[in-house]
Design a protein around this ligand. Structure first.
Ligand code: CMP
Length: 140
């Protein structure tokens, strides 16, 4: 991949903050950029998860059936759940605008966390934030 935008974006993303430029470049090149049109399913619920996604531009919705549970934009991530535990995807993720993502394969994701465990803490913080939001939303 060209990598330039991903390198710049990774510099902006809190969980890649602790990584030096050289490593960040290598990490950026381990992934690839993928584009989606508005309406495209980026990830399908119950599908097998082989990638971790970071939004480079555009917008996606995380959906459970017809319910929108989150909207994510530039610098936000999704797809980490299946990549971490190997279970099927927990939700659909659908582009709601022309969207570009940086996608890191599962095996590279594991390698990244092992080589740079410092990226895990900000990611955990974001996951806790999402868990709290999910716990405080009304049960339907
Ligand atoms: P994964 O299960 O691999 O694929 C669907 C993704 O949707 C999931 O990973 C998370 O990244 C994302 N997701 C699931 N639930 C929520 C939520 N409550 N808030 C934000 N994102 C979520």
């Amino acid at each position: 991949m060209a990598g330039t935008d991903a390198v710049a974006l990774l510099a902006d993303v809190p969980f890649f903050e602790g990584i030096d430029n050289k490593t960040r470049k290598a990490v950026a090149q381990a992934g690839k950029e993928v584009s989606f049109k508005a309406g495209d399913f980026v990830v399908g619920e119950k599908g097998v998860g082989v990638g971790f996604y970071l939004v480079l531009e555009g917008r996606v919705e995380v959906r459970k059936g017809s319910k929108v549970i989150a909207t994510l934009g530039r610098g936000q991530f999704f797809g980490e759940m299946s990549v971490i535990d190997g279970q099927p995807r927990s939700a659909d993720v659908v582009a709601t605008a022309p969207t570009k993502c940086w996608v890191l394969p599962a095996w590279s994701f594991a390698g990244l966390i092992k080589a740079h465990p410092e990226v895990a803490l900000p990611m955990l913080k974001e996951l806790v934030k999402r868990l709290r939001a999910a716990m405080s939303s009304p049960v339907s």
